[in-house]
Ligand binder design. Sequence first.
Ligand SMILES: [Mn+2]
Length: 290
Amino acid sequence: MTAISVNETDSDTTGGTTHYRTVFLSDIHLGTRGCQAALLLDFIRSMECDTLYLVGDIIDGWKMKSGWYWPQSHNDVVQKVLRMARKGVSVIYIPGNHDDRVRDFCGVHFGGVIVARDAIFETATGLRFLVTHGDEFDGVINHAKWLAFLGDWAYRALLSLNTSWNLIRHRMGFGYWSLSAFVKVKVKNALQFIENFEAAVADEARRRGVDGVICGHIHKAEMRRIGDILYINDGDWVESCTALVEHEDGRLELIDWASRSGLRSTGRANTAPNTAQDKMSSTATEAAPA
Ligand SMILES: [Mn+2]
């Protein structure tokens, strides 16, 4: 399906909010302690868009089976998204593996939100992208479910450590910095895993005859060419706190919200340009099955 708004809204920042044609968010993991809901709310409040893609792992059903964690900020995220849908934003929800129960509702509209297994997105300049969460291209998840769960446990242990770490940093007046992302950058296997994943997703885009692919799942924001395919991963809101945005002119950009707000909270002037390329060189690596 294609979901494109034809609103010709000005792309300038007005009244403190930035207008985007399209915004892509994934791997929010609402219902887990690792979810950086406050930073996400900060980003959502800063922008307006015509179309919002939720690219999977929005609510974490795996975690919810083993215990309930649902603070007000997580509720606020859901309310904000539903409010956007009510106000006319086209919201497309593509479930991931952590919210795979939502896949039973593909084709269903609820509260202005459309659920779809995947989607074809077309930019203002006519580039076509396959939008998918990406877990079906993750060999670990597909071929050894128990390994995926073990990885999931180890991953969560690291994430909860990351949350405490950042709480301490916050109290000491430092900005957000991902401990778990840093640790995993050091893991060699992670790099091979990511490379395989990216290649598999790009292959699928090629098979479908589109120009590129937009996915999530591995919690590593990226925008690069793989052969003839433009591979874009919008990252996550557990560690890197990144979103993909499409400007009015069709330009795609990865927003690294953690470093933007980090710079703000330490009072230093943010003079760095937010181009996808220079953001990506500093983005951390994610290893575990996401
Ligand atoms: Mn996932």
